[in-house]
Design a protein around this ligand. Structure first.
Ligand code: G
Ligand code: G
Ligand code: MN
Ligand code: NA
Length: 257
């Protein structure tokens, strides 16, 4: 496949980068965490959508190289920001299904953090519902181990997977990210509002942090604040941005560690 070959070259030639989208506290509006989002900007031609090239990479072992690259880049950046004293909690990174199938995926994850002297409060993990459902016992045991160590594990796109709620009993997670389709439709659709309210309720009853994704306007924001979501991620506050822009925004908010 031509695009796969191009992607492999892009990795070698530095055409990939991470953008970071802030998650703000629903109470204070302060930036707490960042989600790392992969970007491919070829030196020639328009940017290529991550949905397109990640699903393509998923069909081969290239996803592992890509996953390693993301981990390394996110850790390097987090360590840099720690050393600069930037007021910031975690950078969360996305893991896809095939990545989780690699037996040493979390060994590599922890080794990567260790190289930069980072720990559970610096880097978190996002997994979609479907990835969690399909995880085998070995993967779940690894996730439980990371959870016990204090790593934050978020369920991405919550509410859209082929899942039953019972899986919430068994999975070592710390946060739900309510899928942005619910947020998008909530102002006009009572059903979407109802599902969101239920998700916030169940999340909080299970001791989980609840994140609303895809907040784009004041109307959605007001609804979400009424529902007592904990964190908000969406274009209304911030788009995914290059590291330099994050630094500009966080500049002046320097703390001691
Ligand atoms: O940033 P954007 O909304 O265009 O991302 C599109 C999709 O690509 C999202 O589902 C997101 O989770 C996924 N994605 C972005 N970066 C990464 C990454 O580093 N690893 C994986 N596995 N998925 C990613
Ligand atoms: O699937 P996942 O949640 O990992 O991917 C996050 C994706 O959501 C990114 O591609 C990001 O660009 C996108 N996103 C973040 N905030 C908004 C928003 O407010 N509106 C829309 N339409 N997309 C958003
Ligand atoms: Mn995500
Ligand atoms: Na999501």
């Amino acid at each position: 496949h031509r695009l796969v070959d191009r992607l492999e070259q892009a990795l070698d030639q530095g055409e990939l980068s991470l953008h970071y989208q802030p998650q703000v506290s629903a109470m204070s509006g302060h930036i707490e965490n960042l989600e790392a989002l992969l970007r491919w900007m070829p030196t020639e031609g328009p940017p290529i959508s991550p949905t397109e090239f990640i699903s393509l990479a998923e069909r081969s072992d290239l996803i592992h190289r890509l996953g390693d690259w993301v981990m390394e880049a996110a850790c390097r950046q987090r360590a840099r920001w720690r050393d600069a004293g930037l007021a910031l909690e975690r950078i969360d990174i996305n893991f896809s299904g095939r990545q989780m199938g690699r037996p040493d995926v979390f060994e590599r994850f922890e080794a990567c953090l260790a190289r930069y002297d980072l720990g559970p409060r610096h880097i978190g993990i996002e997994l979609t519902e479907n990835v969690l459902i399909e995880a085998d016992d070995r993967i779940l045991e690894e996730l439980r181990r990371l959870h016990r160590l204090g790593y934050r594990i978020a369920i991405d796109d919550f509410g859209t997977g082929y899942s039953s709620l019972s899986y919430l009993k068994h999975f070592p997670v710390t946060a739900l990210k309510i899928d942005r389709t619910f947020v998008r439709d909530a102002p006009d659709q009572p059903e979407d509002r109802a599902i969101m309210e239920a998700a916030v309720f169940i999340g909080h009853r299970l001791g989980l942090e609840v994140v609303a994704e895809g907040v784009e306007n004041r109307e959605q924001l007001a609804l979400i604040q009424d529902m007592r979501c904990d964190l908000i991620q969406g274009f209304y506050f911030f788009r995914p941005m290059p590291a330099a822009e994050i630094e500009r925004i966080l500049a002046g908010r320097v703390v001691g560690h």
